[in-house]
Design a protein around this ligand. Structure first.
Ligand SMILES: Cc1cc2nc3c(=O)[nH]c(=O)nc-3n(C[C@H](O)[C@H](O)[C@H](O)COP(=O)(O)OP(=O)(O)OC[C@H]3O[C@@H](n4cnc5c(N)ncnc54)[C@H](O)[C@@H]3O)c2cc1C
Length: 284
């Protein structure tokens, strides 16, 4: 199938982009890397009358260290994150997750802002941003607001963004000396969306897991924090008993739906397997 006809605009500033959104309302769609949107257009799942291409807007790209956080522009491509030394040093969870996103050709084009706005529950960046307690910076003609990632992902493909807001950046707290992170996922074929994935992040204090965050992807309508498992492990060493208790707690934390190839029970089992592997990675 081919996309329905649409107009195209490439604004040179946020102000111009807001003016286009104001003029065209719901008939306008923002375009970043196009790796999700163009497929949706071609399948006629979306039929906007105009695409507003964000890629010529200055100031919403690049990766910068700003005090206690790393500011990653909305237009930063997945591949840039994967290769960034700043990210590897200050937000290693993102470096670990990046190679799991699709294939290199898609990572060369897709952007972090597009992925967060898309809010696919099997995508890597949303779960990582929740685990890292990042903030998503959204701009509108009224100004800028910082939305905690923990409150940003509402449900399937639905975020806290207001209709004419544009994501301009993601702010990720920088890792400290005791920070440990692990990103793991299981897929049928390399490059596929995750069957189940886990973004794990902690501070290791004299061998004990503190401020532990365990956020799953692929098991719900949005990233899922495994609250019970986190509670079982908080302040403890990852002993076999503590790991088993946390794995048991996943039964209450997660209620994955079956997909075309995996039953809900299989997904829960895989989530437990990933938890065991992630904890081993965090403490070694
Ligand atoms: C074959 C294939 C496999 C894939 N596998 C994976 C995978 O394993 N994991 C994964 O995470 N992703 C995967 N993707 C999706 C890919 O990561 C996309 O890059 C991402 O979902 C969207 O980013 P984009 O920049 O391409 O956004 P676009 O496709 O341009 O836009 C996506 C949506 O976000 C909106 N949007 C874009 N930028 C902004 C912004 N700054 N502010 C507000 N709204 C905005 C658009 O209006 C649109 O609704 C895959 C894609 C393909 C084609």
């Amino acid at each position: 199938m081919k996309a329905a006809p649409f107009a195209y605009a490439k604004p040179g500033s946020l102000r111009e982009a807001f003016a286009l959104l104001e003029r065209h309302g719901d008939r306008a769609k923002l375009l970043a890397g196009g790796q999700s949107l163009i497929a949706a257009l071609n399948m006629r799942l979306a039929t906007p009358s105009i695409l507003v291409d964000l890629t010529a807007i200055p100031g919403i790209d690049g990766i910068q260290l700003r005090g206690d956080h790393l500011a990653i522009g909305a237009l930063v491509r997945h591949r840039e994150i994967e290769r960034s030394e700043l990210v590897a040093k200050h937000a290693p969870l993102l470096s670990q997750a990046a190679p799991h996103i699709a294939h290199v050709a898609i990572r060369n084009a897709g952007t972090i802002g597009g992925s967060l706005a898309m809010a696919d529950p099997a995508a890597e960046w949303p779960a990582c941003c929740v685990a890292l307690e990042a903030h998503i910076v959204a701009a509108s003609p009224k100004g800028e607001r910082r939305i905690p990632a923990t409150k940003f992902f509402k449900s399937l493909f639905t975020t806290a963004l207001a209709p004419r807001e544009i994501i301009t950046a993601v702010e990720v707290p920088v890792a400290g000396a005791n920070t440990r992170s692990a990103f793991l996922e299981l897929v049928r074929r390399r490059g596929d969306y995750a069957i189940v994935g886990l973004a794990a992040h902690t501070q290791l204090e004299r061998g004990a897991l503190t401020r532990l965050r365990l956020v799953y992807l692929g098991v719900g309508d949005a990233p899922v924090s495994a609250a019970g498992a986190m509670e079982k492990l908080e302040g403890k060493r990852a002993t076999p008993e503590a790991i088993a208790a946390a794995q048991a707690a996943l039964e209450q934390d997660l209620s994955p739906a079956a997909d075309l190839t995996h039953s809900a029970a299989t997904k829960l089992h895989l989530a437990r397997v990933l938890l065991g592997r992630a904890l081993a990675a965090l403490v070694t």
